[in-house]
Write a protein that binds this ligand. Structure first.
Ligand code: SF4
Length: 181
């Protein structure tokens, strides 16, 4: 059985072996680790806490943490997309953390939305990231109070993929009518 402690140890060990550090903000780090733990319980593998997983291993391989995009992102920006893994200068606060572009190809994002069955319609792309179209399922509309990012999910994301705000900074937008276009 996976535990938060195991997830933490695995991340620490992986960071050490690659010369990386884990996010220096303890609360933020805890949030990311809890997201990984929950995803591993749900899917059987620790998919990225900032991205939508399809739930099918063959489609999610590239976003199993540490994902295929971590190393190029750390090299180019100093941290991975979720900012779980950071470079030394970032860990020491010498380089600020800002949103970075999603390196995962759009086709893979689109497939995750379709395979996950979270939407009955094709997703649409905005600013290099795939968004879900509203459907008649029990999905809710969430918005990030920090940057305004909007998504349709059963739950808000652990981490905002745009500004990295924590789940607590998401609020539900309540709609009373059928919102399908
Ligand atoms: S972006 Fe970071 S936290 Fe997300 S899967 Fe990649 S390495 Fe893990």
């Amino acid at each position: 059985m996976i535990t938060l402690e195991k997830v933490r140890q695995r991340a620490e060990s992986d960071a050490k072996s690659h010369g990386y550090y884990l996010n220096p903000d303890p609360k933020f780090l805890q949030n990311l680790l809890e997201g990984l733990e929950e995803n591993e319980e749900r899917y059987g593998y620790p998919s990225c806490p900032c991205r939508l997983a399809s739930g099918k291993l063959e489609f999610d391989r590239d976003i199993i943490c540490p994902c295929d995009y971590r190393d190029p992102d750390v090299e180019e920006y100093g941290y991975c997309y979720c900012t779980l893994y950071v470079r030394k200068d970032v860990f020491e606060g010498k380089t600020p953390i800002q949103p970075i572009p999603e390196r995962r190809p759009l086709e893979k994002q689109a497939r995750a939305y379709e395979v996950s069955g979270k939407t009955s319609k094709k997703p649409f792309e905005r600013n290099g990231t795939f968004m879900e179209k509203p459907s008649k399922t029990k999905l809710k509309m969430w918005y990030c109070k920090q940057c305004g990012y909007v998504c349709f999910r059963e739950e808000p994301p652990y981490i905002c993929p745009i500004c990295k705000a924590k789940r607590e900074l998401f609020a539900e937008i309540r709609v009373c009518t059928d919102i399908r276009g």
